[in-house]
Design a protein around this ligand. Sequence first.
Ligand SMILES: [Zn+2]
Length: 485
Amino acid sequence: MATIGLRAGALRVSRDASVAIDQFGLGAATDVRAYFCTHAHADHVVGLDRRDWAPSRAGAKIYCTETTREVLVRRRPKLARFARALTANEPHAIRVTPTTTITVTLLDAGHCPGSAMVLIEGECGRVLHTGDFRREDVQTRDALPACVTRAPIDALLLDNTYAHPKCVFVDRETATEEIVRLCREHGDRPIALGVDALGKEDLVAAVSEAVGYPVEVSDDRIVPSEYLKYVAGTKACESERFIRRSENLKLEESMRTNIRCVPKQRVRRGTLRELCAGLRNEDAVPLAILPTGWSSLTDHADPVEDENGRIVGVSYSLHAPYNELEAFVRAVRPGVVIGNTRVNADAEESYDPAIHFADLCTGEVSDRAVAMAKFEREHVPKIEQDGVVDRILKVMLDVNNVEVVAPKVRDKPAVRLAAAENGVVFEPPRGLTRRERHRRQKAEWDLGSQRVLDMITSFSNKPVDDNAPTPPAKKQRNFAPGFML
Ligand SMILES: [Zn+2]
């Protein structure tokens, strides 16, 4: 069995240590000695709340950005002792065992507040893990930070949420303009903006700036401190961007905001009236806006509207679409590329970047990375014989008895098909049974991992195609709107 990439749980960084990225609760029996959290979305902290896992017992620290640490600790105060914030864009030497030190650099992933890509350098070679990411401004090699380009990247672990050619949509600036237009046009109606518990703050702030009054957020929403100064206090506000629900409802109806952030999975035609209760103009026909990349995959040009309201999908996404992924892989020129996100497992087509972007990889992997992959290949079955393999891993091995184990990663929390009745579908249809899905996942995983292994061990010397057309440079963009800088 070979543990290739983080979908199998851990990344081996030396002969005596592994690290885990966005995976917790791997068990004390593994040799994971450091944990990294790319951002605080629920599907990236899987295992963190498991009772049978604690960083103290695992003997590990959790490394992340300052903002991610703030969110993690605010939700789980017990983590304060174990979560370490690393300054972004600076290399940090982390000693994970007495004989193993790795160099780690966190880079802005442009996904949500605090999100980071993780560059790991050490005995394992150079591995770049994007986490969930979207950097519209990093589409050429020149735009990449020097730490990425100064030497070849052996393996790129890429956010493959939209790694299919059909997933192409506009950048966030354009999508924001569309959402702002809708909010301005429908100022006489209550508006529900479907967003996650963390993320899209800059969209909300941009809407607020455009309409000239705050947008309501729930009282328990965690607003990272970088945005706190834009939250309204007890007095009615002119300039703040967010107002807590309880504060909004204290105001006279005519003074309230008519725009409210709501959990996107709750947005459906039958609930719009309820979701918009208490907003200014609450008696008017409600409008819901769902910013998500999936909306680009369906024709929603003419959504149904009746007395219950109307739901409009706009392709504003925190994940890079296919065209941006392709440009990013072309810019990074990794030895191999591996998907780090397991989504769309029941989709008809493959979302495996190892298939779509194989031509953009050099196929050249450093001797260190090859040695580590070979060691891993031989090492894991030996651990299994010793009976100390992680419990999850063991179950998977017993059941499947295969070389490459399907990783134990929970599916992303689904974006509900809430608006399907409007002809707006936000995730691919679920047509397969669990067993079929599992079989398909495993087959795809086997295929992709085998291809990666083959690439790593074939020592092919395919030259980089320097003549390949480079997409035009995109304008630089900051991830906080201009008025916040
Ligand atoms: Zn995320």
